[in-house]
Design a protein around this ligand. Structure first.
Ligand code: SF4
Length: 259
């Protein structure tokens, strides 16, 4: 079975517990205004111009070949209680490929995480579930109109999938990416935390990620336009209010990217 991926990032400390290898797959059905990986949105091989150099993005690879590459760092996964994370793009658009690869890794006792928007049919999640230990899921907005503005799509499928996932024997880390003047309305953020509370014990960690503009040069290199304004950064004043809100909740919430 072959899948379309862009890169494998080794020694990652951000995409789940311990030291991990993160596989970035191609293709995503959402169009988040703040997406920092615009080169991964289309399910096809692309060319990106960066620093006057043309870079080819995307390559087809078999599950066996990918698993073999990932096995090489098994010692780091084992020593650090880490593993492999499938990310993207939206890795669950290629759920058969992810399943086939993850199955080979599980046979070697390697822990598997899936970084997903959950904007996929339920059967794609069911496919990978037997080989997954942890799901990392973004909640981008609770208000559906706001969600459509942020991502171009309704959040109904995502929230339904999350409510279903909480009934499954799997751990959940929830991520809230906050973008100034886009999805930072504190009323909606409060609703996101309340929704997380409803997910109960499955959620073992919540990460608040403040917007960064590291992906901006890629938009230029792909002849794409990033529609975010210059005031998308999260301010200290905002963070102060956010921390007051967070104090009301008793789950493990961490803030990343404070200025
Ligand atoms: S879900 Fe992720 S990859 Fe897809 S558009 Fe949003 S930020 Fe980008």
């Amino acid at each position: 079975m072959e899948g379309l991926i862009s890169t494998i990032q080794g020694y990652s400390l951000r995409d789940g517990p311990g030291i991990r290898s993160t596989v970035f797959t191609m293709g995503c059905a959402l169009r988040c205004q703040y997406c920092s990986n615009p080169e991964l949105l289309e399910m096809k091989i692309r060319t990106m111009e960066l620093n006057n150099t043309s870079t080819r993005v995307g390559k087809w690879i078999s599950s066996e070949e990918l698993a073999k590459k990932l096995f090489k760092d098994k010692i780091f996964y084992t020593e650090s209680k880490g593993g492999v994370t499938f990310s993207g793009g939206e890795c669950l658009l290629q759920s058969d490929f992810v399943y086939e690869t993850a199955k080979l890794l599980k046979e070697e006792d390697i822990s598997i995480a899936i970084d997903t928007s959950l904007y996929v049919p339920r059967q794609n999640i069911e496919k990978v579930l037997p080989v997954v230990d942890l799901f990392l899921v973004d909640i981008k907005a609770i208000d559906d109109t706001l969600h459509q503005k942020v991502t171009s799509q309704s959040n109904r499928l995502i929230l339904e999938n999350l409510m279903w996932l909480k009934t499954q024997p799997v751990e959940l880390w929830i991520r809230l990416v906050l973008v100034g003047n886009l999805n930072d309305d504190l009323e909606d953020v409060k609703k996101r935390f309340n929704f997380i509370q409803e997910l109960g014990q499955s959620v073992t960690r919540v990460d608040v990620l403040c917007y960064h503009n590291l992906g901006l040069s890629k938009y230029k290199g792909l002849n794409m336009t990033c529609s975010l304004s210059n005031d998308a950064f999260i301010t200290k004043e905002y963070l102060h209010k956010l921390k007051t809100l967070i104090a009301r909740y008793d789950f493990d919430i961490r803030i990343e990217g404070e200025e």
